[in-house]
Each structure stands twice: as C-alpha cells, then as structure tokens.
Design a protein around this ligand. Structure first.
Ligand SMILES: [Zn+2]
Length: 248
C-alpha cells in the first residue's frame, strides 16, 4: 500500500511539474489603459512597472507580432523567452504612462488603434502614434468604431476591417495585425481579414501561441486591474501555460 501511495504521489508530482514547466507557446499580454483609474481595464503605473520588472528579471524579451509571424513561417528565430505586450483601443496613456516604463525595462509593444477614435479625448493623436512608432511600437487595427464583429453583417464587418486599415495606413505605413473588439469574431471575419491583407489577429481566448496556431485567432493573457498584486499576474501567465499544455 505504501509503495502504491509513493507511486501515486510521484505520478502527481510529474504531472504538476509538466503542467507548470514553460510550454513552447508565446504569451501575448492584453492591456488597455495604464492609469490610476479604479477600473477593471486599468492597470496603475506602479503595477505595470512591477510587471515589466518581473518580465525582465525572468529573462523575457518583448517581440512584435510581425516577428512572431515570420518565426511561424520559418524565416527567423526568436529569443529564448519571447513575449508580446499588446494594448487595445489606443489610449493616450499608452504613450504617456506605459512607454517610458517599457523603455526602462527594454520592452516594446503593439497598440491596436480604433481609427475613428484617434485624436478624441483620452485617445492617441496621429502625431502621438507616430512618436510611438519611432519608439519601436507596432501599430495594429482595432476597427473603425469598436463594434462587436461577431454580431455584425459581413458587409459591415468588411467596412470596419478594410476602412480602418486604409485610414491607419495613410498615417502609419503598412498595418498587418488586428485585434477583435470584445474578442468577438466568426469564421467569416477571419476570411475577411485574410482577404484584406492582414497577417493575423488577436482574440480574447486565453492561452499561449505555439507554432501551428491559427494566426487569425491568436490567444492572449488578459491583464486587468490586479486585485492581488504581482502574484495575480504570475498566476495569469501560469494559467495560460497550463491551458496551452492541456490543449484547451
Ligand atoms: Zn477594445
């Protein structure tokens, strides 16, 4: 009986070790605002700095979605522990609060801009977006008007996907990546993105991104306002790793 218990314990330890051991998939973090607002979509500057410092300490290197895409296609290799940092909606604080912290910890990010909100209150202006680009930020699209594409007609989806790309490209050069507002999309949305010339899109599905993932349904690790400090951030990364290992 003792031998059986020891064997069971050994098997449990092996399974747990396998689950927590880092998987081959690349994590894509999803942020919105870096501000002092007491809002679920807002991470404070102090919390964000703690997270960036943690990533640097653990040896992560922030890469762009374009680098991930070319890695999937066998064109480039990636650093040891790649990670992608994304911001949805295009808030002005991404430049004013987040970027100086990212630069301090040698990180970079991708900002998904809603083209119809550029220059309005709290959102980045075209000039600020250009400044972010100069400072190594990748710019993607997040539609024209931030509607949920999962509940919209194909014609309307086409307008949001194609028009936002065209408007952004007048200001920022080639736009290759997209993020679905509210994480909502259908197989038709993916087809529209492909036809429009996007190379990939970020969803709200939790997990990591190993080679072979559908690049139009990239998984992310959501980072809302943490209630439990850095431990919560670490747990979110761990959970994405476990989901990826289990193929969820
Ligand atoms: Zn959004």
């Amino acid at each position: 009986m003792n031998r059986l218990m020891a064997l069971s314990a050994f098997i449990v330890i092996c399974i747990l070790s396998w689950l927590v051991w880092p998987g081959p998939g690349v994590p894509i973090l999803a942020y919105h605002q870096i501000s002092e607002a007491d809002d679920i979509y807002s991470v404070t500057a102090a919390q964000f700095e703690e997270q960036m410092s943690y990533l640097q300490d653990k040896g992560y290197t922030a890469i762009s979605l374009e680098q991930l895409y070319y890695y999937y296609n066998g064109k480039i290799s990636l650093p040891d522990k790649p990670i992608i940092i994304t911001f949805d909606d295009g808030y002005e604080d991404n430049l004013l609060a987040a970027l100086p912290i990212m630069e301090k910890y040698n990180m970079r990010s991708t900002v998904f801009v809603v083209s119809g909100l550029v220059g309005t209150s709290e959102y980045l202006s075209w000039q600020q977006i250009a400044e972010m680009q100069v400072r190594h930020t990748e710019i993607g699209s997040h539609t024209v008007s931030h509607i949920s594409l999962g509940d919209t007609s194909p014609d309307q989806q086409r307008r949001e996907v194609i028009d936002s790309k065209a408007i952004l490209e007048q200001h920022v050069g080639s736009v290759k990546f997209f993020a679905y507002p509210f994480g909502q999309f259908t197989p038709i949305t993916e087809e529209i993105l492909r036809e429009a010339g996007y190379l990939g899109a970020c969803s709200g599905i939790a997990g990591l991104n190993p080679k072979g993932v559908d690049t139009y349904a990239l998984k992310r690790v959501n980072v809302p306002h943490p209630k439990y400090g850095l431990g919560e951030f670490r747990l979110r990364l761990l959970r994405a790793n476990i989901y990826s290992k289990l193929g969820i």
